[in-house]
Design a protein around this ligand. Structure first.
Ligand SMILES: CSC[C@H]1O[C@@H](n2cnc3c(O)ncnc32)[C@H](O)[C@@H]1O
Ligand SMILES: [Zn+2]
Length: 425
């Protein structure tokens, strides 16, 4: 299949240069970028007055958690998890989780996310949804053993079964990732086994680390060191690890993360809503740590809108540092696109010849996005997910002019309501 996108403002290359150009897509790659391309294509999209941007990469979420949106607000993390979310999750079935995954996938397509890193239960079901939706999903089964050896074995078994299931799908778009939940819910034995398996199977690892002060207190009293030092000491850290949060990090932790080339998924909305704290963005970036952007789940955000997340990230760090130059628009935009791609080892996040055709078209023919003085500024500070009009992943159109091709919108919303009623009953 070929697609020709004409007359758009293209955000080009790693430096985010904005130029008026046409983009030609053949199969799953961008093959030509230039002025007035005169080529025939299966689809011709007129992007006049619109912006063609790399698709957004959500580097940390729990995509089915939209089911719990608005059901447990205004609580701190440990209370939220232990007394509200985990009891609800205990009632989840494969069918219910799949309904949540459909809802998440639909929201991501509609708001311009093209790839996401997920951690949840029933990830075989989530994988089926990813395949059907056309998105790119990096999927981890979230392992929790709470230090009980028989649970350790069980969790490893489920993770390996999920890996096999995903590999059988034989789709580049659906990738398995190891997902031990956090140092406070996983034993050292489990974490060491995950490192061994990730090496053996050449898979990425994602894990929540240093999210709250409570976590730092728990890990320090259990092990006498910070979560990052603990993970370093057991040989867990490497450039295939993506930690979610990294809020409570001291200079030694930052140095360790930089030395191992660990990536971080920053989740500003979730960190603000759960009042977890503020990630030391400047110190991490100055140390050379790759920082991507995530929404976390929709029960702590409460949506999956990466455009909104960029604005929250930019504003949070400015006010926290009392310095408006911190987290400038370009830096934050790169976090939501190319930095996420780097962490996932994905040849996307940038519009250039040869890159994967994962891109979105944003409707700038609207008052809040005019005049077009500064495209990146408008995307970070003025736009939101509803402004996304077209979403293309792997050279396939998932949404065109706000019409979603791959999922049934009405059925998806209905099913989610049905499941929530059943969960409440
Ligand atoms: C075991 S699957 C993933 C697990 O993580 C829970 N979760 C959602 N958001 C957070 C967060 O910010 N910190 C820690 N854990 C989180 C989710 O509810 C699942 O139980
Ligand atoms: Zn999370």
């Amino acid at each position: 299949m070929s697609i020709l996108i004409k007359n758009g403002y293209v955000i080009y290359g790693e430096n985010l240069d904005v130029m008026k150009a046409d983009i030609y897509i053949e199969d799953n790659k961008i093959t030509k970028i230039g002025k007035n391309l005169n080529i025939s294509a299966d689809y011709v999209i007129d992007a006049k007055g619109k912006v063609v941007s790399p698709g957004f990469i959500n580097l940390h979420t729990h995509s089915p958690m939209g089911l719990f949106r608005g059901l447990a607000d205004d609580l701190p993390l440990m209370d939220w998890l232990k007394h509200h979310i985990w009891p609800k999750e205990a009632k989840l079935t494969r069918e219910y989780t799949k309904a949540g995954a459909y809802l998440g996938a639909l929201e991501m397509i509609k708001t311009g996310t093209t790839a996401f890193l997920d951690m949840y239960f029933y990830m075989d079901a989530v994988a089926e949804v990813v395949l059907e939706s056309g998105l790119r999903g990096y999927l981890s089964y979230g392992m929790i053993d709470l230090g009980e050896p028989d649970k350790t074995e069980k969790e490893i078994k489920v993770a390996l079964e999920t890996m096999k299931f995903i590999e059988k799908l034989s789709s580049e778009r659906v990738q398995f990732v190891f997902g031990p939940h956090a140092p406070y819910t996983c034993s050292i034995a489990l974490l060491k086994k995950v490192r061994e398996l990730a090496n053996e199977h050449k898979k990425l690892i994602t894990i929540h680390v240093a999210e709250t002060m409570t976590e730092i207190g728990q890990i320090t009293s259990r092990y006498g060191k910070s979560p990052v030092v603990l993970l370093d000491d057991i040989g867990f850290l490497a450039d295939d690890v993506i930690i979610a949060h990294g809020v409570w990090l001291d200079s030694k932790d930052i140095h360790i993360l930089a030395r191992h080339r660990v990536s971080i998924a920053h989740n500003p909305a979730s960190n603000m809503k759960l009042a977890s704290g503020v990630m030391p963005i400047e110190r991490l970036l100055n140390a050379g740590v790759n920082v991507g952007l995530g929404t976390d789940g929709s029960a702590s955000n409460n949506n999956l809108d990466m455009l909104e997340e960029m604005k929250i990230a930019a504003l949070l760090h400015k006010v926290h540092n009392l310095d408006p130059t911190v987290a400038d628009a370009k830096t934050v935009f790169k976090m939501a696109t190319q930095n996420g791609a780097k962490a996932l080892r994905l040849d996307a996040g940038v519009i250039k010849k040869g890159a994967l055709a994962d891109l979105v078209i944003i409707d700038f023919n609207q008052p809040h996005l005019r005049p077009i003085n500064n495209v990146i500024s408008h995307l970070v500070y003025s736009a939101n997910g509803n402004d996304v009009e077209t979403t293309i992943v792997d050279g396939k159109i998932l949404m065109l002019d706000r019409e979603v091709f791959t999922l049934d919108e009405e059925k998806t919303l209905e099913k989610a309501e049905e499941v929530v009623e059943k969960l409440a009953g």
